[in-house]
Each structure stands twice: as C-alpha cells, then as structure tokens.
Design a protein around this ligand. Structure first.
Ligand code: SF4
Ligand code: SF4
Length: 469
C-alpha cells in the first residue's frame, strides 16, 4: 500500500486540510494528522475505519505510479471522446470592427490586408456553414448554442446576413449567445428580441474616461454612453448580459467606481446581470503584434499587466473593505464551483481531459469559408483545420493535432496531480513559447487552484453559519 501521487492538500485552517483526489472524484476535510500520515506512509498510526475510508476514496492505493498514470490516461480518453460527440460552434460574422481597442487581436488581422476585413458572410456561405455543422454533428434534442463573434458581429451593414443566419439556425433549434462591443445594438432590435437570442457578453473596461481611452469607437471616441444605454436596454428586455472587464494595473483602482455605476443603473439587482474579470495577458498583446516600443508608447498599458493571482488577491482584499466586490467572477470561478458543489452534494468532482474547446470539440467558422479551432490563432492559415465553403473539407491531421492535445499526451501533465482540473493549459500560448503545442503551459494554475479551493471552503462555511443564525 502507498499514498496516491494524485492527492492535492490545501490547508484551510490551522488544524484542517481539504484533500482533493486528482482522479478518484473524492474531496474530504481531514485533520493535519491524517495529512502527515499520508505524507509519511505510516498508516499503522491511524485506526482501521480511517484507513479503510482513505483507501476506498483512493488516497491510499495498491497501484504503482505507472498504474495510476494509466487510469488518468483512460479517464482522459473517455472525457475527450464524450466531449467530441457534443461539438461547440462559433461563427465569426466578419473580421471588421468599429472599435480600435489597444490590446485587440484585430490589429494583427488588418495586417493581412483590406480583403480580410471586407470579407463577410453571404447566404450561400451560411447554407454551406450549416451543412458543415450537420456533417460535423451535434446532439439533437438538446438545447444547442452557437456563439457569434467578430471583429464586431453587430455592424449595421451585417443586418441582413445576421437575420438570415439566425433564422437558418432556428430551423435547426439552435440558440445564440453573442460577444459584441455593444455599440450598434439598437439597429438590430428586431433580431435581438427573438427568443433564440439568449445572452450577450460586452466589455466595459472602466468608467467613462478609462473605457473611452482603451476602447474608442473609430469615429466617435466616446463609446461609453452608448454602451451604458444599450446594456440597460438589454437587461430591460430580458436578455442575459455578462460584462467583461479586461484588467491591468491602470484600471484596477477604478473598479469601485464601476461597481457604483452598476448599482446606480440598477444592473446589480437584475438576475440576468453578471460580470467577470479577465487579465490582459502578454499573449494577447503578442497576438496583436505589439512590439516592445509600441507597448511603451501605450502609457496605460506599459508594464502594467497583472497576473491572475494578483487580480484574485486584489479582489479578495477589496472584499474585506467592501462586500460589493464579490460581484466579480474571477478566473478561479470554475475551480471554486467544482469544489463547492462536490462538498455540498457529495457527488464526484468534475474532471476534464483538455484545457478548452479548441482542444476538445470546438469549431470556429470565419467569413472567408475557413474553419479553425482556437480564437488566438484565427486568421493564421497554417492553423486552419478545414473549409466549409465552397466545399466542406476537414484536414484530419490538423484537427487531430488540436484534439489530441490532452493531458495524456503531454509528458509533464500526465504525472501532474492537477492534470484533470487544468487540462494542460493554453495550447496557443504553449506553441508561442515552445514552437510546439504539446508542452505544458501551467500559467500559475497550482496557485489559482489553491485559492479557488480556499474560497470555496470559506463560502460554504459562511453559508452554513448564515443558515444556523
Ligand atoms: S488554445 Fe488557448 S487561446 Fe486557443 S481557444 Fe484555447 S485557451 Fe483560447
Ligand atoms: S499545464 Fe502544468 S498545472 Fe496544468 S496539468 Fe500540465 S503540468 Fe499540471
């Protein structure tokens, strides 16, 4: 008998730990003593009931390391296969955009020339696109969602084609979620009010001055006022709105003013309102092809990037001063929920075999007739996995390069106890760093995981003490 290599210990108080198993599905609150015994392997110091319980839950095992790795491999294969029968679809309406955001990947796209940004979907392309979706396959009889994105999907000139796209999707029972800068929504009222249009993600980087500096409209620098009106309108007509805040050091100190704005506008009392924080990462700037001197020129961006754990610490410290900061969903959101739900329901933990939809089941259709898997390398034809127009073709080798990038195929990840929570990190970033996507890209995952676990425990404790009172 030995202690499993796939145990994560997170200290939650002076005398307690959360034990989380990396493949058995178990989470348990245990004493320091149990953790010490597991570390040293002197199981004779614990009573039989505890020993049997720890064995049953996978913390003590008679498997050797190789056998444990094999189990992880098998779980990954099952998870990856399961996800593949349920593909996810994103449609890029056009590469064109009416904003000129300082950190945007579209800067790179415009370098490919005007023909890229001018290219848009046509009815013929949309028919071909849906036929390709049928060929790729999706679960029928289940609510299926297509994400619409750009460039900017809501440009006035896209009205007719957007209308056609939505109606054709509705014929196949698809619903839509839309990532938009939120500026020209009113021209699309008729489309937006349709029942199949469910939700919106809109980026608001701060109060008026900050937002307008970072996300100006190409003609009218003031995009802020229009956005505020449009977000209120969406909430009032019953649509879900998630506000994304791209954060770095220069806009972090203004979050409190943003919370005040959310309150003043009555958004925080809407059940359909949510907001999340996303760090601007160096990869995004590289994708936008920022040269170092350009970064320095952009005063508000220069050397001001925040790490994900800086953001979490900043928000958690701010919550101590003002409870309203808890409105922001953080990058640890999914870990926190996973642990909280498991502790609450006593069901197994949820695992994943790969990092994101690009390495599992995601297909992105662009306006040129091409198919990709990943947001960050979109437009780079060497990563194209196929075409839907004029004819549907998939390059199986290229597709497999993405879909096989799971933790069982990345040397460091297979032995990592976080593997089935992390999924190996971002493939695009791994490629940028190593010129090979089959490397681990940890991106501070272990630190974030531990923070998420502690926050889950604290949240549950607070809920329980509220119930008692
Ligand atoms: S591989 Fe990385 S950049 Fe591409 S979609 Fe996944 S997380 Fe995003
Ligand atoms: S990327 Fe890093 S943290 Fe994630 S599974 Fe691989 S080795 Fe572990």
């Amino acid at each position: 008998m030995r202690t499993s290599k796939y145990i994560i210990n997170v200290r939650i108080s002076n005398d307690k730990y959360l034990l989380i198993h990396g493949y058995s599905g178990a989470v348990d609150i245990v004493s320091n003593n149990v953790v010490n015994i597991l570390r040293k392997g002197n199981y004779e110091l614990m009573n039989e009931i505890d020993f049997n319980s720890l064995r049953k839950r996978g913390y003590i095992t008679n498997r050797n390391i190789e056998e444990e790795r094999k189990i992880v491999k098998t779980i990954v294969k099952i998870l990856q296969e399961k996800s593949r029968v349920d593909s996810t679809f994103t449609i890029i309406i056009s590469y064109d955009c009416n904003f000129r955001c300082s950190y945007c990947i579209e800067g790179k796209i415009s370098e490919y020339g005007n023909q890229w940004t001018r290219e848009s979907l046509t009815e013929e392309k949309i028919n071909a696109l849906y036929k390709s979706i049928d060929n790729i396959g999706y679960k029928k009889n289940k609510k299926k969602i297509i994400a619409l994105y750009g460039g900017e999907p809501f440009l006035k000139e896209n009205f007719q084609i957007m209308d056609y796209l939505i109606k054709k999707g509705e014929e196949r029972d698809f619903s839509f979620t839309i990532i938009t800068n939120g500026y020209e929504l009113k021209y699309f009222e008729e489309i937006i009010k349709r029942n199949s249009v469910l939700s919106f993600q809109i980026t608001l980087d701060g109060i008026e001055k900050i937002h307008n500096e970072r996300r100006p409209h190409y003609k009218n620098n003031d995009s802020f006022e229009v956005l505020i009106t449009n977000i209120s309108w969406l909430l009032n007509i019953g649509k879900k709105v998630n506000i994304r805040i791209n954060l770095d050091k220069t806009n972090s100190s203004n979050l409190i003013e943003l919370i005040n704005l959310f309150d003043e506008r009555g958004w925080t009392s809407h059940s359909n309102f949510s907001t999340h924080i996303s760090p601007i990462h160096i990869g995004a700037l590289e994708a936008a092809d920022f040269k170092l001197n350009q970064v320095i020129e952009y005063n508000y961006l220069s050397f001001s990037l925040l790490e994900k754990n800086d953001i979490i610490n900043f928000i958690n410290n701010s919550i101590k001063q003002d409870e309203r900061f808890s409105i922001f969903n953080l990058p640890t959101y999914s870990v926190q929920n996973n642990i909280k739900n498991t502790l609450n329901s006593k069901k197994s933990l949820i695992y994943k075999g790969s990092f994101c939809s690009a390495t599992a089941n995601g297909f992105i259709f662009d306006p040129r007739g091409d198919i990709y898997t990943c947001w960050e390398i979109i437009g780079d034809e060497s990563f194209k996995i196929g075409k839907y127009y004029p004819n549907f073709t998939l390059d199986k080798e290229k597709l497999q390069l993405w879909q096989n990038r799971d933790v069982s195929n990345i040397h460091n990840c297979l032995s990592c106890k976080y593997a089935l929570f992390c999924g190996g990190g971002c493939a695009a970033q791994s490629f940028k760093k190593n010129k090979d996507m089959y490397h681990s890209y940890c991106d501070n995952f272990k630190t974030l995981f531990n923070i998420g676990v502690k926050d889950a425990y604290l949240e549950l404790k607070t809920q329980q003490s509220n119930v008692k009172n």
